[in-house]
Design a protein around this ligand. Sequence first.
Ligand code: PXP
Length: 260
Amino acid sequence: MLLGVNIDHIAVLREARKVNDPDPLQAVYLAQRAGADQITIHLREDRRHINEDDVRRIVENSPLPVNLECSVDPDIVEIVAELKPHRATFVPEKREEVTTEGGLDMHEPNFANLDKAVHYLKAREIETSLFIDPTIEAVRAAKTIGAEWVELHTGSYANIFAMLYSNLSRTRHSIKTLELERSKLKKLLQKALDELRNATEEADEFGLKVAAGHGLNYQNVKAIVAIEGIEELNIGQSIIARSVFDGFEKAVANMKKLIS
Ligand code: PXP
């Protein structure tokens, strides 16, 4: 299974002090040394972490393929077309959110915007991916648009897992809608995994390549790795969090080992 390391949070640390350190490009070289297969970065409309200078330097210098997450905003799509990453992954974006909260809205009028943006980048030889919720309906819509990849949103699975098997529910960041009995949470976890498995099967049948990501960590990744058909995982926050104590290279290498 391929590992895309999302290094946005290196830039989060830099932006916390508005300085030039740590440099996300340095993380690219270390990630490669540690066995990563891809670098993933998100050029958000509010530039809260990665900015276009980062993207330019990373695309120009990275020995690994660069997967650039972005919205369908026409200004952003134009920047992506100019910077030419290996792949563009379209994600939904809301200014006020802490992180991407769900998959893309695959209905009109967003469907038409996605269709246009995918074809615009494909014509410029940039591979495309759509970050979608793990539903059959979303997979079918993605197939209609013609992106090469789908990335299945694992956030719901990860949230349920955290409420069941970590101390999250006893912290101020407990997820209120998931403050449920353990038996109920276990059923929800199974349902989330079944949805991911079914969506993967459907995408596979359509010839779409399947990636997955969001909220994956050293504890919850095992069940996702077991889903046949998922080729790649994009993982960020948990790797950067682990790096604080273990060092970045070791954190990447351990994740790669877990998913291989
Ligand atoms: N994949 C996509 C499409 C994302 O938007 C993100 C978060 O930027 C990730 C993967 C990585 O998520 P996490 O940081 O929770 O591992």
